[in-house]
Design a protein around this ligand. Sequence first.
Ligand code: CTP
Length: 441
Amino acid sequence: MEAATAVLIRQPLTIESLAANLKGGQRRAFDAVREVSSERGLRVYLVGGPVRDALLGLPVVDLDFSVEGDAVALADELIASLDGKVIRHSRFGTATVEFPQNDTSEGPVRVDLVSARRESYPTPGQLPVVEPGAIADDLARRDFSFNAMALPVYGRDVELHDPHGGIEDLAAGLVRVLHAGSFFDDPTRMMRAIRYEQRLGFRIAPDTLELIAEALAEGCMNTVSGDRWRHELEKIFEETNPVAPLRRASERQLLAGLHPAFDKLPEGDYEGFRKLDNLRRESGRVTGGMCLAALFSGWDTVEGQSVIARLRLTGQQASIARDTIVLRNSELEVRDLANHPSKLVRYLSGLSAEAVESWAGLTGDATVAYALRRYVREWLKVKPAITGDDLLELGAVEGPMVGEVLNILRDARMDGLVSSEEAELEMARELLARQQSVDSE
Ligand code: CTP
């Protein structure tokens, strides 16, 4: 097995060094949490992602705090001092607060507050039973050692809590669970392990890898709801490079654990992944729609429908998935209509534009790709220059005829038969005259 990569850790991590790297609204939110917790004598800790990322010298995205006490009450106080709003409360006593940035055009600052808690999993794969706890309990319930560190933000001269060897694992570039039952309790952590491994360029520790293999062999992925798995996949789609974790999840049999249809994708070497890689190189970005299209393009309608149901895809996601299969089966027709935009628009009408754009990036046929891209970016948006009112002025009778003539004009513009308002007016006059002579016969 290859050696773990040594990672440079920014140590020691103190409140001051962390605060110094926060900008604008994030800094104000951090200072406000410190102030309110000191005033109220509350034990508040920065936990999880921001501590991990600060130690790695990466930008901190969201601020996550754990409170030994009432997180929702702390959220309410913060709102009063920072003019923010609570966007979510949950039954676990957590709150997410959003503050406007004020001084920049960037999106709002998000602060997550949780009441420190102890968790147990009476039914593996289901949500845990929760009771109030101390920070040590709150760290012990977490997924990986590098996410189980806490930096107290109250008082002075406080030290980082790292009871599970998070710094050591960060420095060695290792993803490691805290205990042997972790993946049985919460199988979504297997997907999270791969997401971190690929995002951070880490390796999954050998003992953790064995636990994944055991959990998979026991079929524990089936204990988790489709909604929760869909959420994990969506988090992968949001990564800067979603292809790497998807490929790895396929290699490690995690996708096959989600649904047997994934067994059909050749491990890691799936053509859809190679095409996604190319797309990323060409356009610098791969969307969730493209990932879904790449996955579903390997299946027939029945398999596709079954995966949609297992993952409880949203309406929009399901349309992309289904329409991708339709598009893959329609390449000949699209190719034939590539030079007849108006006919192509009619042929593709009703299909999700995101599926069409995604398939344009994934098809191996350059003519099809070109036609689909022009369809989404140009032809779908074509409108005649003249309006229904212009037609009425030309003597058209109000009714379905007006819409029909406008459609003919739109098609003519799309097919390059007319290109100016004058030419459209002339064509409209001819069409109306022809209609009038039919009507008078
Ligand atoms: N967590 C966990 N098990 C999960 C999900 C989350 O233990 N199945 C814990 C981890 O300690 C994690 C924290 O909850 O750090 C917050 O979860 P999330 O917001 O998903 O992670 P972040 O680290 O904040 O964000 P990301 O992983 O995307 O960087």
